[in-house]
Design a protein around this ligand. Structure first.
Ligand code: NDP
Ligand code: ZN
Length: 353
């Protein structure tokens, strides 16, 4: 089969590999929709997780079951399924402690395009299929569902981890697909004012549709000062970090009031350490928590996100700005994600059934 791979840091290309084999609890999936991710960009062009050779990229996909192992009970060949970006080992110690994305090692639930081939291929492998797949409902297109497997799951987690009080104020730093999903998550968690920090007009439009009440441009001045000025000098009850470079935690803490949570979902692709502002953080004593998390996976999570979409709580398809038809266009879609033109939120590649 062919797949789009990271050949080494800074280089991608199509390669040929054997179709993956299916263990007793696994499934082999043929993709129907695949989305590239900013995380693929960090991985290839920043070398963020180290070098990889001929590793097939991609972790956001929806597809058809091509094969299941003999111990798989829930799914069968031909089922249309949503595949979470994160596919934990559900029996692991970390999963049993409630941190399923960190199974066996830090970020251990992140297997696709990290420690095994990802979904940008004719076929890909899923471990523990009964726990790591969910049915794609007939009412949902594969490309819309594809926006939930990482973007919604991660963005909503950003809001869940932020401990937002009902009626509290939230700042979301970064309004790409992840930050936009965090805005919707914050709204669903009961936030009152939601400050969206970003500049791309396409994102600003969706930010308002997803529930942002105020738009702030980090290019118009210091983000913390702008948020403080808009909140009577107080700062917000929760800050969700979904973009920006190594200094973004400075802005985040500057936006936060005592007792708040800075919920980071950003993937810091470079640098050894990240600065936190000492004085704004109360010299380390301001009751401002910095929380981190990797996208939640699992069947139940996908079923819950699907339920939100089907009950009209939000439309995942709003994140899609660019649609391609055919696996061969994956490279163009991924390069688009790298170059981030002004009219882009999220590209998706649709593959015929
Ligand atoms: P995008 O690059 O599409 O969006 C980044 C956003 O950050 C843009 O809105 C950009 O603004 C904004 N931004 C840039 N600089 C600043 C700044 N100084 N202050 C505030 N905002 C700023 O990224 P994605 O939405 O695709 O992904 C966001 C991050 O989430 C990435 O690092 C990605 O790897 C990570 N991620 C993490 C996951 C997890 O499990 N924790 C899972 C998936 C992704 P502008 O409008 O000007 O472009
Ligand atoms: Zn992703």
């Amino acid at each position: 089969m062919k797949g789009l791979a990271m050949k080494r840091i800074n280089e991608i290309g199509w390669i040929e590999k054997d179709k993956p084999s299916c263990g007793p609890t696994d499934a082999i999936i043929r993709p129907l929709a695949i989305a590239p991710c900013t995380s693929d960009v960090h991985t290839v062009w920043e070398g963020a997780i180290g070098d990889r050779h001929d590793l097939i990229l991609g972790h956001e996909a929806v597809g058809v079951v091509d094969e299941v192992g003999d111990q798989v009970k829930v799914f069968k060949k031909g089922d249309r399924v949503i595949v979470p970006a994160i596919t934990p080992d559900w029996g692991s110690d970390a999963a049993q402690r409630g941190f399923s994305s960190q199974t066996n090692a830090p970020l251990g639930g992140w297997k696709f395009s990290n420690d095994k081939d990802g979904s940008m291929a004719e076929y890909f492998h899923v471990n523990e299929a009964d726990f790591n797949l969910a049915y794609l409902p007939d009412e949902m297109t594969p490309e819309d569902a594809c926006m939930m497997v990482d973007m919604w799951s991660t963005g909503f987690m950003g809001a869940e981890n932020a401990n937002i009080p009902l009626g509290g104020n939230v700042a979301v730093l970064g309004i790409g697909a992840v930050g936009l999903s965090a805005i919707l998550g914050a709204k669903l968690q009961g936030a009152a004012r939601i400050f969206a920090v970003g500049t791309r007009p396409v994102s600003v439009k969706v930010a308002k549709e997803y529930g942002a009440t105020d738009i702030i441009s980090y290019k118009d001045g210091d983000t913390g000062e702008q948020i403080k000025a808009a909140t009577n000098g107080e700062g917000v009850d929760a800050v969700i970090v979904a973009g920006g470079g190594p200094d973004i935690l400075i802005d985040a803490v500057n936006c936060a009031r005592p007792g708040s949570v800075v919920s980071n979902i950003n993937y810091f692709g470079a640098g050894d350490t990240l600065p936190i502002p000492r004085v704004a953080w109360g010299f380390g004593m301001a009751d401002i928590d910095i929380h981190t998390g990797l996208c939640p996976g699992g069947r139940t999570r996908m079923e819950q996100l699907t339920a939100l979409a089907l009950t009209g709580r939000g439309d995942p398809g709003k994140l899609i700005t660019h649609r391609f038809e055919g696996l061969e266009n994956l490279e163009e879609a991924l390069l688009l994600m790298k170059d981030k033109p002004k009219d882009l939120i999220k590209p998706v590649v649709i593959i015929d059934d």
